[in-house]
Write a protein that binds this ligand. Structure first.
Ligand SMILES: NC(=O)c1ccc[n+]([C@@H]2O[C@H](COP(=O)([O-])OP(=O)(O)OC[C@H]3O[C@@H](n4cnc5c(N)ncnc54)[C@H](OP(=O)(O)O)[C@@H]3O)[C@@H](O)[C@H]2O)c1
Length: 483
């Protein structure tokens, strides 16, 4: 038997440290030898939860399966690990010290087969590994990472355009993940986040991760028939019962306004607003309010929703807005006269890309405008992810590229990171992919002028005012009385 025993003190409340460590998939973030970790069982972490880890050891790659054998919330976690080379029992005690927490970590290894005879030779190396591991845990919980900057390789890839676009695939996600991401231990158990379009694809994957992390969620969906199964599945998977649903067709401004009024009536401050709902419309259509639908859903709706919810965002100490745009916007410049496409010569992908370009410009504008209010506004694009939206709107592209697409969780990863990671709150007005700031223009020809940006703001203000007049409501100064 080899016993490693380390103690560290971290400047985090005990429940936060426990919440982070009990999800043993986080070992891939803090243990230098763990190359990947995943949860094998569904539901919240409890006795019986199993995790599969892969470790890169000097002896080679090793698969381990861990099972939680004892769990006392906030104070004790015990796991049994099995592998072909050894069995291990990890016992982790958490206690209060000062304003922080002490973590007492003991790992008892029972070596198997010929390794038993190598114990004296192995022990010093294993001890050093144990020390590196708890130091990684300390850094993860210290959570004091610098603001994100684009790496040189990424800037070069973007400069040459095609390598930059190649990073939209799952290979881009794997490249980003390989040892370059900081641990994400920020506590969100006291945060309220609003996610639009949470019924499928990236929105669902985002909701799942943030619910797992303990945030209170308001999920905006438009289809009442999906409500029950959505709630059941999130609660079953995460054990989180702080999930609230709101119904709204976000391409209809009257419904956006009604949603804003309902959220104001509830009065719950919003820490994070995620404007994710979206669709690519292959056929031209106007909404019943006379708006071209791509513009209505992808630009005007987040404009109106974000402005309407700003007072609730301002109630929190460090609010964040996350706009989900698209790599498609790289193909289009900002042209307000084309923002609401006409039926003649309509091309869905172009209308979609223009609407997302406008949302990117809005992101930069809000970031600047609201900096003094402490509201952080960023955009992300997910690369290419295999979601119901992509399959139905781009069937040819989907069939051709399916093997290279990200899964929804990989596509949503940067949304989750922008919502949760401490360092993501240190930058504003940027576009991200794989947790890295990215250029907003791959081609010089798509760059807009200050006049074009101002034209967008004037245009949105004008259309917005018309919608206000039509609906007879104002959302930026909400009516406190029930509507
Ligand atoms: N997947 C990609 O590769 C990719 C690439 C670039 C950008 N994006 C962007 O990522 C976001 C999520 O897309 P996704 O790929 O996850 O697609 P998805 O699977 O189709 O999910 C889109 C979500 O938006 C909701 N939605 C659509 N129209 C709505 C409306 N009028 N009112 C309220 N909700 C509405 C959908 O609700 P229903 O379930 O009722 O349809 C669904 O929940 C979108 O903004 C999309 O433009 C995705």
């Amino acid at each position: 038997m080899i016993v490693l025993h380390e103690k560290i003190d971290v400047d985090r409340p005990r429940r936060e440290a426990f919440a982070y460590i009990q999800d043993f998939t986080t070992t891939a973030e803090w243990d230098p030898v763990t190359s990947s970790a995943r949860k094998l069982t569904s539901g919240p972490v409890a006795v019986g939860t199993r995790f599969a880890l892969n470790c890169d050891l000097p002896l080679g790659s090793l698969d381990l399966e861990y099972t939680v054998t004892h769990l006392e919330p906030g104070s004790l976690l015990e796991l049994q690990g099995r592998s072909r080379l050894f069995d291990v029992t990890d016992t982790i005690h958490f206690s209060d010290v000062g304003g922080g927490c002490r973590i007492d970590y003991r790992a008892s290894f029972a070596l198997k087969g010929p390794l038993k005879h190598l114990r004296p030779a192995l022990e010093p190396g294993m001890n050093a590994m144990g020390r590196r591991s708890v130091e990684g845990m300390r850094a993860a919980l210290q959570d004091d990472f610098p603001p994100p900057v684009a790496g040189r390789g990424t800037r070069r890839a973007d400069h040459w355009v095609l390598p930059g676009v190649a990073l939209f695939t799952a290979a881009g996600y794997r490249r980003g993940q390989r040892g370059r991401w900081n641990p994400m231990s920020a506590w969100v158990g006291d945060k309220h986040m609003v996610i639009t379009g949470a019924s499928s694809g990236l929105g669902y994957a985002t909701a799942l991760e943030l619910a797992r992390a303990g945030a209170a969620l308001t999920l905006v969906i438009r289809d009442e028939r999906k409500a029950e199964s959505l709630l059941n599945s999130l609660r079953r998977e995460t054990g989180n019962d702080k999930i609230h649903l709101e119904l709204a067709d976000l391409s209809v401004m009257a419904e956006v306004d009604a949603l804003v009024r309902r959220l104001h009536r509830r009065g719950e401050a919003i820490d994070v607003l995620i404007n994710n709902a979206g669709a690519l419309f292959n056929d031209w259509e106007q909404t019943n309010e006379g708006l071209e639908q791509s513009f209505a859903l992808l630009t005007l709706s987040p404009y109106r929703l974000t402005n309407g919810l700003r007072p609730l965002l301002e109630k929190t100490p460090a609010p964040r807005v996350i706009n989900v745009v698209s790599g498609g916007m790289y193909t289009q410049s900002l042209d307000v006269s084309q923002l609401q496409a006409s039926a003649r010569g309509y091309r869905g992908a172009v209308a979609y890309a223009r609407a997302k370009r406008a949302l990117m410009v809005l992101t930069e504008h809000w970031a600047e405008e609201w900096a003094d209010k402490g509201i952080v506004v960023n955009a992300m694009h997910p690369g290419w992810a295999d979601t119901p939206g992509v399959e139905s709107s781009l069937p040819g592209f989907h069939k051709l590229t399916r093997r290279f697409l990200r899964d929804p969780a990989q596509g949503a990863d940067t949304i989750v990171w922008l919502a949760r990671a401490t360092e993501a709150g240190k930058v504003s007005g940027q576009l991200f992919l794989d947790r890295e700031p990215r250029t907003t223009h791959l081609l010089a020809s798509t760059r807009e002028t200050p006049e074009q940006r101002q034209a967008l703001l004037d245009y949105l203000e004008g259309v917005d005012a018309q919608c206000h007049t039509a609906s007879g409501h104002t959302t930026s100064t909400p009516d406190p009385s029930p509507a």
